[in-house]
Design a binder for this molecule. Structure first.
Ligand code: XIL
Length: 316
């Protein structure tokens, strides 16, 4: 085929891309495929722009990991999604254990977002400014930010990011918002509220960590309910896992599921692109997170294309 990024672009999309992570970049066979611009037009750093990696102690910033991925992207003509500014997970302990009052935490969020986004000014297509703000029932996640600042942490972060890089598209990103339901409705209502308040918001990121045979039937309608708000949508972390061992039947269902997801994005003009959460089972986060599950990516652990690859190609 023409390559997955070329196919996405031919369909009018901005990119098809992959997450990657710094330790993998010593694997020359892995990098050779990642570098193919025909396959991937976009990279997301899987870990190296997160808070624990970028501000391990207050006011001390380390960008070496993120810089390496931005440099790799630039060298191979790819755009970058920044991931992420504010998330309850992978926080350094100085944030979680700090017991900060509202004024102090406001300043901490502002400094983190503006320094991080400002460091990469002009080099990032879109930022996941807020990651995973909701519980599955659509209520707000009880984390250090919400518990101290209420919902205002969202606008504080978005405004700091906009000022730091006016050209970057600012996203809120979450999982279990693939189909319609309480959590997607909460996202719709948040975007509407931000727009009513004049807070910058440009996109909704749908992570799409899915299970073989369980792609929500409302995926396309759900993408449409987000784009109807006037924001863009991206599928930001796509993988489709199965209970191991993989079988021919599971791999065939997975191919069909990948095609369904890509076709849903393809059908909605405001869906700008799709990122897979690494392209190979060799470096997938799934087996270490979901016990007994894996084989979630379109290339296997030997960097050989699986049926899922053809499903993605067919979806564009
Ligand atoms: C994952 C990384 O891939 C892992 O390497 C890390 O150990 C944990 O985080 N949702 C997100 C991503 O927004 O940041 C997560 O990435 C996967 C779930």
């Amino acid at each position: 085929t023409a390559g997955l990024n070329n196919l996405a672009k031919a369909a009018g999309k901005v990119y098809f891309g992959s997450a990657t992570d710094n330790p993998e970049l010593t694997d020359t066979a892995y990098v050779a495929i990642l570098n193919e611009t025909s396959e991937f037009g976009q990279l997301t750093p899987g870990n190296s722009m997160k808070w624990d990696a970028t501000e391990p102690s207050r006011g001390t910033f380390t960008f070496a990991g993120g810089d390496a991925i931005v440099a790799l992207a630039k060298g191979t003509g790819k755009i970058v999604r920044g991931h992420n500014c504010v998330w309850y997970n992978q926080l350094p302990s100085w944030v979680t254990a700090g017991n900060f009052d509202a004024a102090d935490l406001t300043s901490i969020v502002q400094t983190h977002c503006s320094t991080l986004v400002g460091h990469y000014k002009g080099q990032i297509y879109s930022w996941d400014v807020i990651n995973e703000p909701f519980n599955d029932d659509g209520t707000w996640r009880s984390d250090v930010f919400y518990n101290t600042l209420g919902t205002s942490y969202v606008s504080i972060a978005l405004q700091a990011a906009r000022t730091a890089d006016p050209a970057a598209k600012l996203y809120i990103n979450d999982y279990n918002i693939e189909g319609t339901g309480a959590k997607s409705t909460a996202m719709v209502n948040l975007v509407k509220q931000l727009q009513a308040d004049g807070v910058p918001i440009d996109g909704v990121g749908i992570q799409a960590h899915l299970i073989v045979g369980e792609v929500p039937s409302t995926l396309q309608a759900n993408i449409e309910q987000f784009t109807a708000l006037g924001v863009e949508v991206a599928i930001t972390e796509l993988d489709i896992r199965m209970t191991l061992p993989s079988t021919a039947a599971l791999l065939a269902q997975q191919k069909s599921d990948y095609q369904t997801v890509i076709a849903a994005c393809n059908a909605v003009s405001g869906c700008v692109g799709v990122t897979i959460w690494d392209y190979t089972d060799k470096y997938s986060w799934v087996p270490s997170t979901f016990s007994g599950q894996g084989a979630a990516c379109p290339w296997d652990e030997n960097l050989v294309k699986k049926p899922a690859y053809d499903g993605i190609a067919a979806g564009w």
